[in-house]
Design a binder for this molecule. Structure first.
Ligand SMILES: Cc1cc2nc3c(=O)[nH]c(=O)nc-3n(C[C@H](O)[C@H](O)[C@H](O)COP(=O)(O)OP(=O)(O)OC[C@H]3O[C@@H](n4cnc5c(N)ncnc54)[C@H](O)[C@@H]3O)c2cc1C
Length: 432
């Protein structure tokens, strides 16, 4: 394997692999993905709810690009899944108001849905009686049904994107963790950099940082995005026993209680393989891979010493945030407390029936100096590098259009050149 590449992508999650897919299909550049694990997609991209989210609860003012990528992502994922015979169930989703004072939020979400590009036939508001005819086991005051929402398996999509990228010429370096960067030349022109990895070093002209929960630390090592710190939130799930498999026809979400924070309350989930789960909550943890108690403990000192900055201090002085966090901790320690959050609208659930935890996933949120959460993903450009930060939900839904957009910009700015090879695939055909 050669050790010098035009472009190096750090991170083999769904985003890094989607970028590798488009880059290797439409350019002549030499490309490598470096991934710290043995294979791609072992972190957030395989530890999520598996929904192809329709953009009805993203504010068109605060989250317009998130909404745009989600809308476009639905079609692109549908096409990609059809191409490779991967699961894609257009099963729709329901959002409900548990109390009267939440009904206005549902009306607002219907408006947002249309502003974000959903069509009239995609979303329907239902009053209490209509809702109960639709889903008789629900307890609610009203709801909206979104028909343009689907379930898939992002781990399979992630893996297939990597396989396709390899077919198009992309190389990989596994179990190779980015440790630091060395600039071989001091000037920006013809810059060469060497990535110091745990297994091998890689020389490259351009770096795309798509390292998920580690992306901010990597950006900091390039002296970028220093105004941000991050906080990690573990989303935990409980698997429902078989007896509940026909409880509802669709996944059910409730109106979120804390709309200013980027988390929804735990939902009733029907996955693409028909298994049902309750989750996820959002429990603060010390690192992006703190899936269990011991891994979390290992990250306490590094997190506190590196990142306990003014923004986090301000956030932890915010009483509303502390209220949210205490509820999340309680649903982490107590299964009953977690199941009861969904039992508010599915009263026949019995917490003692739930015996098995699902696979937890961790989202990493950027926090600014004022203690505010960054509302959307952030692209930070360095000299010869691009850093994708705060790439959170519905990041898996939007990964294909987001990646396509990045590759388009790299072509337009002559960082890579368009190939004359042609690959006949519906997604690649969409590129031009
Ligand atoms: C609980 C939960 C539920 C979610 N549900 C949904 C959903 O239903 N629908 C949806 O669309 N989105 C959902 N999301 C969001 C979605 O899963 C993420 O936005 C998406 O998977 C992020 O992909 P990624 O490639 O950026 O990150 P990741 O999948 O985390 O990939 C980053 C990769 O970088 C590698 N890496 C990190 N550091 C280094 C290093 N130093 N050197 C080399 N490699 C490195 C990691 O090993 C990893 O493989 C959910 C997220 C969570 C946490």
């Amino acid at each position: 394997m050669k050790d010098s590449y035009d472009i190096t992508i750090i991170g083999g999650g769904i985003l890094g692999c989607a970028i590798a897919y488009f880059l290797s299909a439409v350019t002549d550049s030499s490309i490598i993905v470096i991934e710290q694990e043995k294979k791609v997609g072992l972190h957030t991209s395989s530890r999520n709810t598996g929904k192809v989210h329709a953009p009805f609860y993203y504010s068109p003012d605060r989250k317009s690009s998130t909404a745009t990528y989600a809308l476009k992502g639905f079609d692109m994922i549908k096409t990609y899944c059809a191409l490779h015979k991967l699961p894609f169930k257009e099963d729709g989703v329901i959002e409900i108001a548990i109390s009267d004072n939440e009904i206005d939020v549902l009306h607002k979400h219907v408006q947002w849905a249309f502003k974000n590009g959903l069509k009239k036939e995609d979303v329907r508001f239902l009053n209490k009686d209509e809702m109960l005819q639709f889903e008789p086991n629900l307890k609610c005051e009203s709801g909206i049904v979104c028909f343009r929402d689907a379930s898939t398996d992002y781990a399979l999509i992630n893996q297939k994107l990597m396989e396709d990228a390899i077919k198009f010429g992309c190389k990989t370096s596994f179990e190779n963790k980015f440790k630091s960067i060395y600039f071989n030349t001091k000037t920006a022109a013809n810059r060469k950099m060497t990535i110091i990895g745990t297994v091998e070093d890689i020389t490259t002209d351009y770096i795309i940082n798509a390292a998920g929960g580690s992306s901010l630390d990597i950006a900091h090592s390039f002296n970028l995005a220093k105004e941000y710190t991050d906080l990690h939130f573990r989303g935990e799930y409980w698997i429902a026993p078989q007896k509940y498999s026909n409880l509802t026809k669709r996944s059910i979400y409730s109106v979120p209680r804390y709309t200013e924070y980027p988390f929804l309350d735990p939902h009733w989930i029907i996955r693409s393989d028909q298994t049902c789960e309750v989750g996820p909550n959002a429990v603060p943890v010390f690192g992006p891979y703190s899936y269990n108690f011991y891994d979390n403990l290992k990250n306490v000192i590094p997190k506190i010493s590196s990142s306990f900055k003014i923004g986090l201090l301000k956030l932890f002085l915010n009483t509303q945030f502390l209220r949210l966090v205490s509820g999340e901790f309680s649903s982490s320690f107590s299964k009953t407390s977690m199941i009861n959050r969904v039992r508010r609208f599915l009263p026949s659930l019995n917490p003692s029936d739930f015996k098995q935890r699902g696979k937890a996933g961790i989202r990493s949120q950027l926090i600014d100096r004022n203690g505010n959460f960054a509302s959307e993903s952030l692209l930070v450009e360095g000299e010869s590098s691009l850093h994708i930060l705060n790439y959170n939900s519905p990041g898996a839904t939007g990964a294909l259009p987001f990646a396509m957009n990045i590759v388009r910009k790299l072509v337009q700015t002559n960082i890579v050149s368009r190939t004359s090879r042609s690959i006949n695939s519906p997604l690649i055909n969409e590129f031009d």
